[in-house]
Design a protein around this ligand. Structure first.
Ligand code: PLP
Length: 398
């Protein structure tokens, strides 16, 4: 009989958000009158901004006429979008980027999960813990060996640069779930480590638009040498509310090389182009036109205002958690607030308590990895008034 990919048996039995949904559904069934406030899921709640909506309407109209209709697009994404990315996201940082370093996709999740296609299976992968579960699960599916790099209060939730060698390291800043950001000097340490040891860094900066502190780097390519050792993932999901539209991009600098196994080198950019042209047919023309609108003057101003709204909500959450003595982290240059459960409760015990006594849903920290035990994550993506009410309810039961 045909055998399944047995690596799937190495995955955690249940996906965190599915587990949360099941518990919430069971509670709702038992308490149909309960007014539940959901602050667990990282989905945005603000609508798309007018600049994006106008661009999408126009793109739909383009598809209605033979002269302006668009079918399959270029494998790497339309050049007009890649040029807007180079000029809008990298030039202001003083980073030289070539449009051919960029691959437009249907959101960062696909590429952060699929990138392993172009690397040898069985790699030793270092993953910061707690972590966005996709990196762990997709590496397990591939048969890679994972070792956690613990992030906790003692290292500012950014992990100590390891002394051992890894093939691949995953970093995510601003971080999901802790909301931690990385300083330029710490990021420099990681780049130096990678250049010295030959590791490849997967840098996920899906939340870079939330950075307001001018000292915090937005891109790993702000650090010298990163073009030779890092791939960067970005997304319009949280930057511009594209969680349902789907568009993001991956940067693979053309000088980034790995061994070809025959004593020579091969470019990861060319391997990824080969992989994408085989397995991916591009983000839709409509999504890419919508993404382009994010870089217009109007688009920039409107998306920045939406992020300001989330950051103000994050400030309210952080202050409330602080007043409750739960030692909050993050929420200043990130949409997530990471706080300690009270009285040494486990993450799931506190989740159940909040659901039962306050009808508020948070995300249990242990779902993001072993170092998340004893913590919980709150997102700032919910409605402001509902968030304030949730904070009042939590304060009352503590
Ligand atoms: N990376 C991180 C750290 C995330 O938290 C998310 C979504 O929550 C993603 C990537 C994927 O985003 P998308 O596929 O919507 O671009």
């Amino acid at each position: 009989m045909l055998q399944a990919n047995l690596n799937f048996s190495r995955l955690p039995e249940r996906y965190l958000f599915l587990d949360i949904a099941k518990r919430v559904a069971a509670y709702s069934k038992a308490h149909p009158e309960a007014d539940i406030i959901r602050m667990g899921i990282g989905d945005v709640t603000r609508p798309l901004v007018p600049a994006v909506i106008q661009a999408m309407h126009q793109a739909v109209d383009d598809c209605a006429a033979a002269q302006t209709f668009h079918g399959y697009g270029p494998e790497r994404g339309y050049l007009w979008l890649r040029e807007a990315i180079v000029n809008g996201d990298y030039k202001p940082l003083g980073v030289e980027m070539n449009p051919d370093d960029i691959f437009v996709n249907d959101g960062a999740k696909s590429d952060t999960g699929n990138i392993g296609d172009i690397l040898a299976p069985g790699s030793l992968v270092g993953i910061t813990d707690p972590v966005y579960p996709v990196y762990v699960d997709t590496n397990l599916m591939r048969g890679n060996v994972i070792k956690y790099i613990t992030c906790n209060a003692s290292n500012g939730f950014t992990g100590d640069v390891p002394s051992q060698k890894f093939d691949v390291i995953y970093l995510c800043y601003p971080n999901n779930p802790t909301g931690a950001v990385i300083t330029r000097s710490k990021l420099k340490e990681w780049v130096e480590y990678a250049l010295k040891s030959g590791a490849l860094i997967m840098y996920d900066s899906a939340y870079e638009a939330f950075i307001r502190d001018p000292q915090i780097p937005h891109s790993i390519y702000e650090i010298e040498g990163a073009r030779e050792c890092a791939i960067e993932f970005r997304s319009f999901s949280k930057t511009a509310g594209f969680t349902g539209v789907r568009c993001g991009y991956t940067v693979i600098p053309q000088e980034l090389m790995v061994s070809d196994g025959k004593g020579g080198k091969v470019s990861l950019n060319s391997l990824w182009e080969r992989r994408q042209s085989c397995k991916f047919n591009g983000a839709s023309y409509i999504s890419q036109k919508a993404a382009l609108a994010v870089y217009s003057e109007q688009g920039r101003a409107e998306t920045a205002a939406t992020i300001d709204y989330y950051l103000e909500t994050a400030r309210i959450i952080r202050e409330s958690m602080d007043a409750a003595g739960l030692e909050p982290q993050g929420g200043e240059n990130a949409p997530y607030i990471w706080a300690k459960t009270p009285d040494g409760m486990s993450s799931w015990q506190f989740f159940d308590l909040l659901l039962d006594k306050a009808q508020v849903v948070v995300t249990p920290g242990s779902g993001f990895g072993p170092a998340g035990e004893g913590y919980f994550r709150i997102t700032s993506f919910a409605d402001r008034q509902r968030t304030i009410e949730a904070m009042d309810r939590i304060k009352k039961i503590l």
